[in-house]
Design a binder for this molecule. Structure first.
Ligand code: BGC
Length: 382
């Protein structure tokens, strides 16, 4: 079982160890310098196993931490807030030295974080910012505003309004679109939506894009817990209300591949498709996470695009941050302005994102060994 991190004491004993051993840290193999990882336990709390990305995140974080010599206590909370709170409390009781948390509800963990702080346990917020607590020590994530910008740009590109290099495309519109956003208890949902609207709003204002339902506020278009079924139901409702006069819908801003699949199912049931090309073209649907089922849909010309966030790199940043804390240091941030959690601005490390259309699957997802060609063809992870 892990022992508590007394920062100063640990820093001092590490310095002595380094002096005595000529700089060779126990168990470390580079990275942040090979910390004193022996006997440290890191609690890793992930939201759910219903989405592939979180399974990959959990696996990657665990593997990379274990490779550095840490003990790992990895838990999934089944998208249930009390379960996640309980799991984190238990990690603290059982002696976790550092916590890495991807919150289900970013506003619901202040109590757990207070408990962590009282026990000198540094907390790393993973991908989703934990809000309303001063006890978030570091945040590793992607450039979430840029995700939204990339999603909206991909929608414009799919519609032919924009070329790959951002120059104006040959299409002029007007196009009917609908907007979807993520879960309102997830801070990221706002960043994605704001990023997307920074691109779309001017085109809505000048009439190039028409949101026929009139639903353009995040509260109107959000999907609780990012659930596919909820998204499908909302799309069905839009089709039977706003579009029951036979008007075509040309595009849908979707923030996440699971939501995209719900939207696509509703569109298919209403007679759109089978593909973007013919005969009754599937609307341009965006996405996020490069989930394998959606990558296949993109390969088959059904879904237009996704945003790829390499979870291996995110795991690596979480491990680097954990190592820094283990050594008594502060992790290195590359953003100290953007992520105000309501109590303080949390120092962050942001990773870049990649837009993937059909033509990009090979270079971005297969050549990088995120998915194999066989997995893409099957639409299923091995
Ligand atoms: C993540 C996205 C993911 C979504 C649903 C967000 O917090 O940043 O990558 O698509 O949650 O799981």
């Amino acid at each position: 079982m892990g022992r508590r991190l007394g920062f100063t004491a640990l820093g001092a004993s590490l310095a002595l160890t380094l002096a005595a051993c000529g700089g060779e840290g126990a168990g470390g193999s580079g990275g942040a310098g090979g910390g004193d990882s022996d006997d440290l336990t890191i609690g890793v709390s992930m939201p759910t196993q219903t989405s592939e990305r979180w399974i990959a995140d959990g696996d990657n974080v665990q593997e990379q931490l274990e490779a550095e010599g840490y003990e790992v206590d990895l838990q999934y909370a089944n998208n249930d807030i009390p379960t996640q709170s309980q799991q984190i409390d238990q990690m603290i009781t059982e002696g976790a030295d550092i916590l890495i948390i991807a919150a289900i509800d970013g506003t619901a963990l202040a109590g757990q974080l207070e408990n962590a702080a009282a026990n000198d346990i540094p907390v790393i917020s993973y991908d989703r910012l934990i809000r309303d607590s001063e006890n978030v020590d570091f945040y590793v994530t992607f450039d979430n505003f840029e995700v939204g910008v990339a999603q909206a740009s991909a929608l414009l590109r799919g519609l032919g309004l924009q070329n790959e290099d951002g120059s104006p495309g040959t299409a002029t519109g007007p196009f009917n679109i609908e907007l979807f956003a993520g879960s309102l208890d997830d801070n990221n949902a706002f960043f994605f939506f704001d990023g997307a609207m920074s691109v779309l709003q001017p085109l809505i204002d000048d009439g190039t894009l028409v949101v026929k339902s009139g639903q353009t506020d995040i509260e109107q278009v959000a999907i609780l817990r990012w659930e596919q079924e909820t998204a499908q139901r909302r799309m069905e409702d839009l089709l039977t209300s706003t579009y029951n006069d036979g008007t075509r819908i040309d595009g849908v801003l979707s923030p996440y591949d699971g939501i995209s699949r719900g939207i696509i199912t509703a569109l298919e049931n209403a007679g759109y498709g089978p593909t973007i090309d013919a005969p009754n073209p599937m609307p341009i649907v965006t996405g996020q996470d490069a989930e394998i089922a959606s990558v296949k849909l993109i390969q088959d010309g059904v879904q237009s695009s996704t945003i790829f966030k390499d979870t291996r790199l995110l795991a690596e940043q979480a491990v680097i941050a954990a190592q820094a804390f283990a050594e008594g240091n502060e992790p290195e941030a590359n953003d100290t302005e953007t992520y105000d959690n309501g109590v303080k601005v949390v120092p962050s490390y942001l990773l870049p994102v990649v837009t993937v259309f059909e033509d990009d699957i090979q270079a971005e997802l297969i050549d990088t060994e995120y998915w194999t060609a066989e997995e893409v063809a099957a639409g299923q992870a091995d």
